[in-house]
Design a protein around this ligand. Structure first.
Ligand SMILES: Cc1cc2nc3c(=O)[nH]c(=O)nc-3n(C[C@H](O)[C@H](O)[C@H](O)COP(=O)(O)OP(=O)(O)OC[C@H]3O[C@@H](n4cnc5c(N)ncnc54)[C@H](O)[C@@H]3O)c2cc1C
Length: 310
């Protein structure tokens, strides 16, 4: 089926987070007919951040929701169109890409995929309620809010231990809660964590629930071997048990890593002509708003180059 003319674009961008919005700013400013598709809120994950202190240009910080709104306003100023819909399929045609959505089919000569990647959740009671009030999925983003306070990190891989080491620079103590009796993190990170006096470990343990009134006050921890439960008094719970990109619809079309992140080169190219990826959805992304925005700019520049050389 061929989409009607209104649904034909030069560039389609999937995802309205910092990566997609920056890509849209660049492509629309380059006078390319561009459409951004977003299934939830423009701004992406950053709208969940109460305060963003590390996005350049905001010396006093900015709320995540304001940053998202500003990025969207700046991109639409140059003609970027936004469609609120979920992308559920992709088909490669000769020199076009067909994007399937609940609102119908759309085509573009170039596609920038910027659908992000979210932290895997624990799925325990209290987790959702306290997001932004003590529960966090990003120590780089939120550690500074926990100065001189006791916190917990859940997980045992490289990301979790890196976060625990980062948190130890701020918190009064960091308890790593890991469901096994040894870490999966690289040896060097383990050595650093074991040498850090502010970090201690709860082995063979999982969080049963997170408790508090307005903010997190503690977590009930269960030993998976003995079943014993105990209350851990913390004001922060940092969850670091993996990432989940929304790329099921790309399987068999694009190169993905084991988890489903898209593999790109430094130009954000995926290896399929005219399809680029940007931001947290990429393999080895730094998972920051500014790096996502940088990826979005790079992807847009190389998408434009692809379109002019085609
Ligand atoms: C609570 C919290 C606090 C944070 N604080 C900071 C901070 O202080 N500083 C910092 O630099 N970073 C912070 N981050 C991380 C930062 O938000 C991310 O690194 C950044 O948003 C990634 O941008 P992105 O555009 O790649 O992806 P995202 O922001 O995840 O945006 C992707 C968008 O794509 C949409 N999407 C996904 N799949 C589809 C589909 N199939 N169809 C349509 N739309 C789709 C999603 O709905 C989403 O809006 C924080 C994250 C969280 C959760």
């Amino acid at each position: 089926m061929t989409p009607d003319e209104d649904n034909v674009y030069e560039v389609i961008i999937i995802g309205g987070g910092p990566a997609g919005l920056t890509a849209g700013l660049y492509t629309s400013r380059a006078r390319l007919r561009s459409l951004l598709m977003e299934k939830a809120l423009v701004g992406g994950q950053i709208v969940n951040a109460e305060q963003v202190e590390n996005f350049p240009g905001f010396p006093d910080g900015v709320s995540g929701s304001e940053l998202g709104e500003l990025l969207h306003r700046q991109a639409t100023r140059f003609g970027l169109e936004t469609l609120y819909t979920e992308v559920c399929g992709l088909e490669l045609q000769e020199d076009r890409k067909l994007v399937r959505t609940a609102e119908g089919d759309f085509t573009a000569r170039a596609l920038i995929i910027a659908g992000g990647s979210s932290r895997q959740e624990l799925g325990v009671s209290g987790e959702k309620e306290f997001i932004g009030k003590g529960v966090s999925y990003c120590a780089t983003c939120d550690a500074a809010f926990f100065r001189e306070q006791p916190v917990a990190v859940v997980g045992g891989g490289d990301a979790a231990i890196t976060e625990a080491l980062h948190l130890a620079k701020f918190a009064s103590g960091v308890t790593v809660i890991h469901r096994r009796d040894q870490l999966r993190a690289s040896r060097i990170l383990q050595e650093r964590a074991f040498a850090e006096p502010l970090i201690d470990f709860r082995w063979d343990s999982v969080i049963e629930r997170i408790e508090g009134k307005d903010f997190v006050e503690g977590a009930v921890v269960r030993n998976v071997k003995t079943g014993a439960q105990s209350m851990l008094g913390v004001t922060g719970v940092f969850v670091s048990i993996g990432f989940r990109p929304d790329t099921d619809y790309l399987k068999g079309i694009l190169p993905l890593d084991d988890i489903g992140h898209i593999i790109t080169n430094e130009k954000m190219e995926t290896g399929i002509s005219g399809i680029l990826a940007a931001g947290d959805i990429r393999h080895n992304s730094a998972r920051q708003a500014i790096t996502a925005a940088g990826d979005g700019a790079t992807a847009a520049i190389y998408a434009e180059k692809y379109l002019t050389e085609q």
